[in-house]
Every structure is written in structure tokens, then in C-alpha cells.
Design a protein around this ligand. Sequence first.
Ligand SMILES: [Zn+2]
Length: 353
Amino acid sequence: MTFLRRGTVYTLAVLACLLATATLLGAQAPAKRRPRASTARPTTAAPASAAAKASAPAATTPAAPTGPAVAVNGIAVETTARALQPGEVVLFHVTTPPDATEVSITAFAHTAPAYRLDDGAWRAIVGVDLDTKPGAHPVTVTASRRGAKQSVTGELTVLAKTFRTRTLKVNPALVEPPPEALERIKRENEKTSGIYRTPQPFVVPAGYVRFIRPVAEPANSAFGTRSVFNGKPGSPHTGADFLSGTGTPIKSPTAGHVRLAQDLYFSGNTVIVDHGLGLFSMFAHLSAFEVREGDIVKEGDVVGLVGATGRATGPHLHWSLRANGARVDPLSLLSVFGSEAAASENLTPLTLR
Ligand SMILES: [Zn+2]
């Protein structure tokens, strides 16, 4: 779309969410990632379901291991993912001896807690950060049994992905905050970083978890897009933008604690829901709040209404997702976890040692 303002033409290739500019000021700094393992050896690959083919970014996928997962020390692991690429979530399915009391997955320098299903199997969500280098990354699965810890290791092979770059000429006031706003921005960044550093325990009974769309409208594929605003490179856009009109109710994709409901400089009226499991949803640009900090929400509870507050050029819902420190595409979570069926299909065994 094109905007005409005082003789200047501002061209926006897509509905522009200007949250990508936040890192110009050091916000949302990418987490330090473990360097690529020197003994790169592909052991897993993304499954290619019809749905994944339709929505996942193109990639050359190495052959996936076939057959049942082989247990080592009584532990067997399978994964489900839309693609094994930066910005994607990977769902881990872990089976352990029945007396296991706690299970966790350590990958990409973070540890993700697992939760138990009714049948005794465990699940955990691991995020592959936007800036993860392609190659083999070690994964450790740890189970606590009778007071002792047992670990097995494997590797996840992350494939390369090139995110789109767009060049935008926009109203400078939207991307360059005035000096008097810098103190406020710094304070807000510290608050949100503090929230992401202190995940809360899982709040819903384990056994069944799914994630629903927060709004019905379609989302664009702007996740990871790197923008050059007025000739200056910005940081990547770390969310999905849903093309919803002002006033559309935004539903919590699953249960969680409301950790923030506040007007922020860049993202406007913003709600952060901590779902437990190291998973956080951030909803931006709301026209109104329907929750307060400290509230506990269930799947489908309305957290706020769509708007265009903060640095947005028009009404839309910006949804960002953090999975154990990684910035991931919320659409990848919906793809693997939108229903129990999807979460149980396309299992790829992880080779353990
Ligand atoms: Zn956005």
C-alpha cells in the first residue's frame, strides 16, 4: 500500500508492523547460541506432511530415519516439526520407564521442561531460534528416576533458511524514537527481558495441551523478515501479523499467567502470557485490554482487542512467541500443535547414544 504525506511517498510492501525496529535500540537481542558442533552428523530431519508442505518454507530435507525409536537406558525420543529450520518449534515425545518423575530436554543452550501425558509419555517444546546456525546441534534428554538422573544424547540437524529482506520507506517518526523516549524504551526492555528470564510453572493439568489461533483471520508470513527502513537495516520481525480489524477479540492460544498488560513504546498496548513450559506469547498493538497483570487465563479467554497502538501503520494483531529463549514463528507452533492429531503425527525417531 502507499501513503501520501506532505508530498513524500511512503511505500509499504505489506501491512507493516514496525516492531522489527525494536532491536535498533538493543531490544530483543538474540540469545548467544552454542557454536556448531564439530562432528556434524545428520540424525533427524523434518517430516513432510501435506500440511507442512503447504506452509513450511522450502528446504532440502535429508532422508529421515525410519522405523520405531530405539530406547537407550529405557529412554526413547521422537520429534515432530513443520521444518527443522531457524524460527521453528520442535515437539519432543519422550518415553521413559514408568517410575520417571521429571523429564527435561537441553538443546541450543536452554533446558525445556517436559510434561507428562495420561499414558505416561512426556512432551516438551524446543524452539530453534531465528539466528541458529545450520548444522548438527546436540540434544540431551534427562529423566529423574528414584532420585537419580539419567541422560541420553542425540543431535538435531538444523537446515539453513534465508529470510526475506524488504526495503521500506516509512515516516521517520515511526522508526526513530525521539531522544526523550529512550529512557522509557530501556525501562520497558528491561521489564520484558526480566519476564522472559523467569518462566512460571505450567498452569494447566498435564495430559492434554493444544494451541488455538488467537484470531480467525489469516496471518502473513512476515516472521523473520529483515527490513531496511529508510536505508537503515532494522532487526528481524520476530512475530506473525494477523490481518484482523480493530476490535477483534484476541484469544489466549492456551492457558497461562498474564505477566504483562501495559502500553509499551514500540508495541503499544501489549499483553504477555506465560504459558509455562518456557513458552511465552506476546500480543501487540491492542486497542483495549481484557486482562490485567497477574490474571490466569484458560485456552480461548479473551486477553484484549485488536488495534493499531504503538508503532503500527494499521490495525492488525502481532503475535510473537518465545520457546525456551528462542524466537520462533507462532505459525510453526500452530502447525505442529494445533490439535492432538497434528501433535501425534509425523514422528521422527531421534538416534540416541
Ligand atoms: Zn508484527
